[in-house]
Design a protein around this ligand. Structure first.
Ligand code: 6R9
Length: 635
């Protein structure tokens, strides 16, 4: 992309106003100026939120890997595209240049083709944070296959659900992964998952930990020998702007995970444009986002956004605590990181360790700090600002979602004055609205309501894989003609936004979205459990932790409660993954329910937060007596 950045607040307002007044002209200019299209669009935008249907750059043809790789080869061929920092600090970092990335992606794309993967096929990627993860994502995009990356911390059941939901033909994995001092048997998890996935025809296995794993004849193959033989040129498949690029699953408040579908043209334009402006990336900068590529933050701001700008994107395999809690700062110093993008949960965990480990390191390369995933509390904001940014590096508190594809509300560093806990102003082209519960838009400042978006933006998800109705019901029916985010927010006296948190039953634990329903479903699988309800409660490091209320079946026998707690967490680990384990489990005789049978989570939430002074109206409950009992036995 050209070197143009927004430079001051007045200019932001100017550009913002233009983007709102003439959105089509605005995005057309961005798309024309900065990208490589094989054929221009016939129409910039068509949309109808009632269907809902949104199309950007309709009729245009392109391949996103030509934008992320090929077009940089003449000007930046030797520049590092991906800087890989391994789990073990003594293993050398790998600098993968754009030229080398091109070869590796092309080879990988040829391997996929040889294995029978065609345009439109779904490929599940279940890999740790090693270069093959980014490379396999790009290889899919090269040939027009739709990638579905599943975070490699998910369990085999969670993996098989996702593989089956989108009928993946292939799984790409590794023999295992490193996680701090531990290794994880990823291939074993894949083997378990595939017992329930008849549609998977082949498994490509990357070697990482050199463990002894079993390979299923006719299905599993080692990746490296295939890559060695493959040609390093694979013609880029020419795709439609509105063809799907990937599916990424996110938790809903009910039911199975939602496979959000993102399409190519709009996603590319928006992630690239936001990356450039939100991080103020300059040509020789080293940019580091600590997310996993298994989440949307990694898709948009480790892979696609940075590479579309010809940036150097650092990819870290390990964890912040290994070999000690100074690892992040060690990496910043070692690679002279200029932009550092992480999550509040990581900031809180590191803040707890004190400043000694920071002071050992030279962090003077840092220019911009980012935060994403959940609201950042004031204390963490100041700690980050004082100790990491030394009050010199603006913090961009970026609010967005898997569904939005790219950053939506954020300061622009050196342009927007920051304010702790505020995501501040909408990004260019984004039209937020705060709504009251009756569906009226709250105009003016100093208002608080539900956060919606009134007008399409290029990187919005287009549907839920296989369930367009659910897409409409979840996002477009709560408020007429608006996209509903599921978050609450307030707008202060100058128009800055502060996100107050989820207003639905999604709970964000250490930055991971967890739906209450799937966790309850898992708990209810335990033979001794008759019913359960989970809510979030504040936790110093994780932001929220999970509190479960569990009703046991009356079997007449007495059972050891601590054993039961362990077994319940074990079931959750098997069904979802360790991230969804409960911190507290209270056994109870009943749950507060409305007359229509709905659990009143509002009350359970207050009890979990130890805030029982004002429980609100409990008169509509079917069983009000149960509330006191739960309070008396609260943990
Ligand atoms: C990018 C990402 C989305 C939910 C979102 C909101 C919360 C994300 C935030 C934030 C306050 C921020 N969230 N960023 N809340 N301030 N800067 O995290 O996507 O995993 O889909 O989560 O995360 O509640 O609705 P995803």
């Amino acid at each position: 992309m050209s070197n143009y950045h927004i430079k001051h607040l007045e200019e932001y307002y100017q550009v913002y106003r233009k983007s709102i007044r003439e959105p089509e002209n605005f995005w057309e200019e961005v798309a024309e100026e900065h990208f490589l299209w094989r054929k221009k669009w016939e129409n910039v935008l068509s949309w109808d939120f009632s269907k809902p249907e949104v199309k950007w750059f309709e009729g245009a043809k392109l391949n996103i890997t030509e934008n992320c790789i090929d077009r940089h080869l003449t000007t930046r061929g030797d520049k590092t595209a991906i800087l890989f920092e391994p789990n073990n600090p003594n293993e050398p970092a790998e600098h993968i240049s754009y030229k080398e990335l091109s070869k590796r992606v092309n080879k990988f794309a040829n391997v996929l083709k040889d294995k029978g993967i065609e345009k439109g096929d779904r490929v599940c990627i279940y890999l740790p944070m090693i270069p093959e993860l980014a490379i396999s994502v790009l290889a899919c995009a090269r040939i027009g296959a739709i990638h579905s990356v599943v975070f490699a911390g998910f369990s085999s059941t969670a993996l098989s659900t996702r593989i089956n939901d989108s009928d993946c033909k292939m799984v790409i994995t590794s023999d295992g992964s490193y996680r701090g001092p531990k290794t994880i048997d990823l291939k074993g998890i894949v083997d378990d998952a595939l017992e329930d996935c008849p549609g998977v025809q082949s498994v490509l296995v990357a070697k990482r930990i050199h463990s002894n794993i079993s390979m299923t004849e006719g299905r599993d193959v080692w990746l490296q020998p295939l890559l060695d033989q493959a040609s390093d040129f694979c013609k880029a498949e020419i795709m439609d702007s509105e063809d799907p690029l990937f599916i990424l699953y996110t938790s809903g408040s009910t039911g199975k995970p939602k496979g959000m579908v993102h399409t190519i043209g709009g996603y590319m334009v928006y992630t690239a444009y936001t990356f450039k402006n939100v991080f103020q990336y300059r040509e020789h900068d080293v940019y580091w986002c600590t997310a996993d590529i298994g989440w949307i933050t990694g898709h948009s701001y480790i892979v696609y956004g940075p590479l579309a700008n010809g940036a150097t994107s650092l990819m870290f395999e390990g964890v912040p605590s290994y070999p000690d809690f100074g690892r992040f700062w060690d990496i910043v110093e070692k690679h002279k990181v200029n932009q550092f993008y992480t999550a509040p949960t990581a900031i809180r965990a590191l803040a707890k360790e004190g400043v000694d480990l920071i002071e050992k390191h030279n962090l003077s390369s840092l220019k911009v700090l980012g935060s994403v995933g959940e609201p950042i509390n004031e204390e963490a904001w100041h700690w980050y600002n004082d100790n990491i940014g030394k009050k010199n590096s603006p913090i961009v508190d970026t609010w967005w979602q898997t569904e939005t594809g790219g950053i939506m509300i954020t300061p622009i560093p050196f342009v927007t004055p920051t304010k702790p806990t505020y995501a501040t102003l909408p990004f260019i082209g984004i039209q937020p609205a705060l709504m009251d519960e009756q569906g009226n838009e709250l105009k003016g400042n100093q208002v608080e309501g539900r956060l919606c978006i009134k007008f399409p933006w290029p990187s919005m998800a287009r549907t839920i894989w296989g369930n367009h109705e659910r897409y409409r019901d979840t996002y477009f029916t709560a408020f007429e003609n608006k996209y509903f985010t599921g978050d609450g927010a307030l707008r202060d006296e100058v128009g800055y936004y502060r996100i107050t948190g989820r207003v639905d039953d999604v709970i964000i634990v250490s930055g991971h979205n967890l739906g209450s329903a799937p966790i309850e479903d898992a708990i209810n699988e335990h033979p001794a459990v008759s019913e359960s309800a989970i809510v979030g409660f504040p936790h110093d490091i994780k932001g929220n932790a999970l509190y479960g209320y569990v009703i046991l079946k009356d079997t007449g026998e007495s059972r050891d409660q601590n054993n039961l707690r362990k077994e319940i967490n074990q079931i959750i680990t098997e069904h979802i993954g360790p991230i969804a384990k409960l911190d507290k489990i209270q056994f109870t005789s009943g749950l507060p329910k409305t007359r229509s049978g709905k659990i009143m989570r509002r009350i359970l939430r207050k009890i979990a937060c130890n805030d029982t002074s004002n429980l609100g109206d409990t008169s509509t409950l079917l069983n009000p007596e149960v509330v006191q009992d739960i309070i008396d036995n609260a943990l």
